[in-house]
Ligand binder design. Sequence first.
Ligand SMILES: Cc1cc2nc3c(=O)[nH]c(=O)nc-3n(C[C@H](O)[C@H](O)[C@H](O)COP(=O)(O)O)c2cc1C
Length: 200
Amino acid sequence: MQFHDRPLAPEALDQIFNEARSYNGWLDKDVTVAQIEAIHDLMKMGPTSANMQPARIVWVKSPDAKEKLAECVMEGNRQKVLTAPVTALIAYDIDFHEQLPWLFPHTDARSWFAGDEAAREEGAFRNSSLQGAYLMIAARALGLDCGPMSGFNADAVNAAFFADQPRHRINFICAVGYGDPASIFGRSPRPDFATFDSIV
Ligand SMILES: Cc1cc2nc3c(=O)[nH]c(=O)nc-3n(C[C@H](O)[C@H](O)[C@H](O)COP(=O)(O)O)c2cc1C
């Protein structure tokens, strides 16, 4: 199926982009495991280099895990992770190439990365960042809100949540829930096309 020249309805674009905000506070409404899995099932379809899918995501949902995460974030983000229904820890696997034989079966993509950890770090960071963006788009498309955060101690998050996976490294974290409109300030300016873009 192709969707050429079939843009989404304006309301859908508003939900995903124009009206969507980064929330700092959350309504007291759960996000279910089924919703978390639905986010996963959409975001995994977003493109990554050689379908490398380097993101390894831990969804922090239990009170104990939230307390543990709160210890790792900046003061200003503490209440956010304690009150959010769930916070996704978007990490990446520096050894993602070991999965390429089944993720990209058309060719021997594993050999492109074996023995070159710097290239793996670059690819994993770039593509897990994209996957984090896909996560936010998917959550919004499903009627949820997001609160992305990079204000945390990466070593502390890695030690607290990825101690048994020393090849996984945190990229950023993202609260997911039903945003409290009272928790946000006015929309910050966005640039017109010509401010930063050009067509050559
Ligand atoms: C990767 C990333 C890291 C961010 N880190 C934080 C953070 O640590 N604390 C915070 O309050 N907001 C954080 N933000 C939220 C941004 O400030 C927010 O997305 C931006 O101002 C746009 O806001 P809007 O989506 O409501 O227009 C982060 C956003 C992104 C994408």
